[in-house]
Design a protein around this ligand. Structure first.
Ligand code: DQA
Length: 143
């Protein structure tokens, strides 16, 4: 049985209404429900926060809780946060990076992520399917 933690970063609580042509109509609640269904008998916890501090503390805590893998959409913090990068370096928990949109087809300031080179894999541009693909990969590797 794998212990998976899903972290949704800032503004992702607004999925379903936020910039619909870009992010689609699926709500975060619906994504989390599907993740829980796909996880079957594995342990999965999904959290969303708009706070960089809370993301860092959650990553630190994941070490103590013996989380096997993290799936994270760091949202805008991907492009700014050396602190979240350092948290992953500190705990050495394997993680997958997910973006709903293709960040490389958007503004140039979104092309760099401070996390991607540390991740097992990055999936972007597939909408909610990206989360499900990351979960399937994590379950195959860690359960
Ligand atoms: C995002 C892409 C980021 O650039 C943006 O700041 C987000 C969402 C995505 O899922 O496509 O908030 O991470």
């Amino acid at each position: 049985m794998a212990k998976i933690l899903v972290i949704h970063g800032p503004n992702l609580n607004l999925l379903g209404t936020r910039e619909q042509p870009l992010y689609g109509k699926t709500t975060l609640k619906a994504i989390n429900q599907e993740l829980s269904r796909l996880a079957k008998n594995n342990s999965i916890e999904c959290i969303q926060t708009n706070s960089e501090l809370e993301i860092i503390n959650t990553i630190h805590d994941a070490k103590k809780r013996k989380i096997d893998a993290i799936i994270i959409n760091p949202a805008a913090f991907s492009h700014t946060s050396i602190a979240i990068r350092d948290a992953f370096l500190a705990v050495q928990i394997p993680f997958y990076e997910v973006h709903l949109t293709n960040i490389f087809a958007r503004e140039t300031y979104r092309h760099n992520s401070y996390l991607s080179d540390l991740s097992i894999g990055i999936v972007c541009g597939f909408g909610p399917q990206g989360y499900y693909a990351a979960l399937n990969a994590a379950l195959e590797k860690f359960s």
